[in-house]
Design a protein around this ligand. Structure first.
Ligand SMILES: [Zn+2]
Length: 677
């Protein structure tokens, strides 16, 4: 499978489109090593795109006639991070994704209305893009005039996304560090070009050049091709066939048998390697190394990396950038991956190169190009490190019998908070990643561990645009003030830290928890991390370790997040885990329903429910009793009429599924490369 010599480096995880989940069995090995992360949070599931889309289309059709509906509430922003898909088959998914959500009809209406009355409404409609004299090519439906019926169908798809300006506070950076950013963005753009070739071999320009519809151009730009990444890659342009599952990595008619036979016959071609394209030459298959296939883009990116390295004040960062430049010219990424793990005090980070294999849905062998330009959030990163040191004491205080907390928690999680200022390539296609877990190279993981990067401003975008609108529909009015981004981000971070609590081995001689609980293991582990994250917040606040936190904010925001997660589908393992949580809390009186059908948190009961659920899950894990876990999930993982009614209200509210970023040096207020030289 993956040749170990060519492993990719640091890049990132992403949110994934549901489809991405399907394959990539090879990731499984990591799971074993890093059980906690593997599962990551379940993503909500993928939705049923067909129904969703049908609804959107209907909406779009209606919308064209009803521009005045635009009034709607002004939106706030919000977001939620998501996590990786559960997929049993691909346990190690390290990406977080936002699952998709159906576009709510009202959203569509609102966006269309914006378009129709663009000038009037822009300011109120999209706070972030106020200085948008220039609407970005991916500005969803803003400013788009409804023309043909075909356009209106595309606009329904576009309305699944909402545009957010990806800015960040650069004031803490030194001048030379700031000057590195445009260089890194240029290198990222080279990765973007390569990803286009991988995702759609005929190329971006030929496709965009053939389109006369602005809506089509925008949706193509978001998807890096004519297939809808939020709808199982179905074609959305007339005359386009299905997306080849192997994207542009292989000849479109290749079979597994043919590939594996050729791989055995010609091992030097590295046909199943991460960093080769497979092509036909006469009647045989050949492997074309990425550094040759994409020589121009790799060389350009390497030049920018070296220029940026020369400006780097942090020696670890300088070394990493130089080694990464070398890697782009040789396809040997391991030295740079190792250097990446050695960085400590770098104010910037840059994930670049061929990294994740989700774009290869045929075999999962080939890494796709992407890049993230990242700024480290030093305050949060320091806070996380401090909290990690409190884990042993928190472990001792867990609300469960001593037998179930006898292990020493790992405090080696390298967890950091970052703002992203640029997404490119695979990372920017369709759903946006909000957390990154790298490197993927197992050899590097064994030597150095791995690092998890939480993308704070990207989470904020999803929080503002998705979670807040859901809370506005479902949380009791007098508790809406408790929905906060700080609580949301804190809950997410503590979820990650909380994976280190509890035990990894059963106390009943059934081996590891993961082995004993089989396919139930990852959803239960994620459920554990969610509830123990909240438990940690309770404890830290009680102990005066986290003065600025407000417990009710964490509770109410947590409950709002449950709705967001369930919204993506109650049938998946992770959807059921959220149902379990919700029903358990309701049974304990921790959440109650108001007369108008909204939900409120009862603070004292919630504190007890958190401990009770934590104790229950820790016991189930420690016992390693598979049947008991199944029974627990069957008892609590049910959809109730009241909950279904709530989800229906969310569905009717027109809330977007994902975000698209306006990004680049202009958004950051930086000079483009070359401007000052
Ligand atoms: Zn997790």
């Amino acid at each position: 499978m993956r040749s170990s010599s060519s492993r990719t480096a640091p890049p990132s995880p992403r949110a994934e489109p549901p489809e991405r989940i399907a394959e990539a069995p090879e990731h499984a090995s990591e799971t074993a090593k890093r059980p906690t992360e593997a599962a990551e949070r379940p993503t909500e599931a993928v939705e049923r795109p067909a129904e969703v889309l049908q609804r959107q289309i209907e909406t779009a059709e209606r919308a064209t006639e009803a521009p005045e509906r635009q009034v709607e509430r002004p939106r706030r922003t919000t977001e939620t991070p998501e996590r990786p898909p559960e997929t049993p088959e691909r346990p190690a998914a390290r990406t977080y994704l936002w699952a998709r959500q159906p576009t709510p009809p009202t959203m569509t209406l609102r966006l269309l209305a914006c378009g129709a009355a663009a000038l009037l409404v822009l300011a109120g409609c999209r706070v972030e893009s106020r200085n948008a004299a220039t609407v970005s090519p991916t500005a969803t439906t803003d400013g788009l005039a409804v023309a043909t019926r075909e356009d209106s169908l595309l606009e329904a798809r576009l309305a699944q996304y909402t545009t957010v300006r990806l800015d960040a506070d650069l004031s803490a950076l030194s001048d030379s560090t700031r000057r590195m950013i445009p260089l890194l963005i240029e290198a990222a753009k080279a990765m973007d070009e390569v990803f286009w070739m991988e995702a759609y071999p005929p190329g971006r320009d030929s496709l965009l050049g053939s389109l006369t519809s602005e809506a089509a151009r925008r949706y193509v730009t978001i998807n890096y091709g004519p297939w809808d990444r939020l709808a199982g890659n179905e074609p959305f342009l007339p005359g386009v066939g299905p997306k080849p599952p192997g994207s542009g990595f292989y000849p479109p008619d290749i079979t597994e048998d043919e590939l594996l036979t050729a791989a055995d016959a010609y091992p030097d071609e590295d046909l199943t390697g991460l960093y080769t394209l497979v092509r036909r030459e006469g009647d045989r298959l050949v492997g074309v190394p990425y550094h040759e296939a994409f020589a121009e883009q790799h060389a350009r990116a390497a030049r920018y990396l070296r220029e940026a390295a020369a400006l780097a004040q942090d020696p670890g960062l300088r070394r990493y950038l130089e080694l990464r430049a070398d890697a782009l010219l040789s396809d040997d990424y391991q030295p740079s991956d190792l250097a990446w793990m050695d960085m400590r005090d770098n104010p910037l980070d840059f994930i670049v190169g061929p990294i994740e294999t989700y774009e290869d849905q045929l075999f999962g062998y080939k890494a796709a190009h992407e890049a993230y330009v990242l700024i480290k959030d030093l305050d949060w990163s320091a806070r996380l490190q401090r909290f990690a040191t409190l884990l042993p004491a928190l472990q001792r205080g867990l609300p469960v019998d001593d037998r179930y907390k006898a292990e020493t928690p790992g405090t080696d999680a390298d967890l950091g908070a970052y703002d992203v200022v640029y997404y490119a390539g695979d990372a920017n296609a369709g759903s946006k990643t909000i957390a990154i877990n790298l490197p993927n190279d197992e050899e590097v993981q064994l030597q150095k561990g791995s690092r998890r990067l939480q993308l704070k401003n990207a989470m904020r975008a999803k929080y503002d645009r998705i979670l807040v609108p859901i809370a506005e529909v479902l949380i009791a009015e007098d508790q809406q003030e408790h929905v906060s981004f700080d609580a949301f981000f804190g809950n997410t971070m503590f979820h990650e830290v909380a994976h280190g609590l509890g035990i990894k081995n059963t106390v009943t001689g059934r081996g590891t928890v993961r082995e004993a609980l089989r396919e139930q293991a990852s959803a239960l582990e994620e459920g554990k991390a969610d509830v123990l994250g909240l438990y940690m917040v309770q404890r830290l606040i009680e102990q005066g370790e986290w003065e600025e936190a407000r417990l009710m904010d964490h509770y109410v925001t947590f409950v709002a997040s449950i709705f967001r997660s369930i919204r993506f589908g109650a049938s998946s393992a992770h959807g059921r885990a959220n149902l379990v949580r919700f029903n358990f809390f309701q049974e304990m009186g921790a959440i109650t329903q108001t007369e108008d059908g909204r939900w409120r948190v009862e603070e004292e009961a919630m504190a007890e429910a958190v401990e009770a659920l934590a104790g229950r899950i820790l016991t189930l894990q420690g016992d390693g009793d598979y049947d008991a876990v199944v029974a627990f999930v069957e008892e609590y993982g049910v959809m109730t009429p009241a909950l279904q009614a709530s989800l229906d209200r969310v569905a009717a509210a027109g809330i977007p599924v994902d975000v698209v970023f306006e990004q680049g040096v202009e958004v950051l207020g930086l000079d483009p490369v070359g401007a000052s030289r």
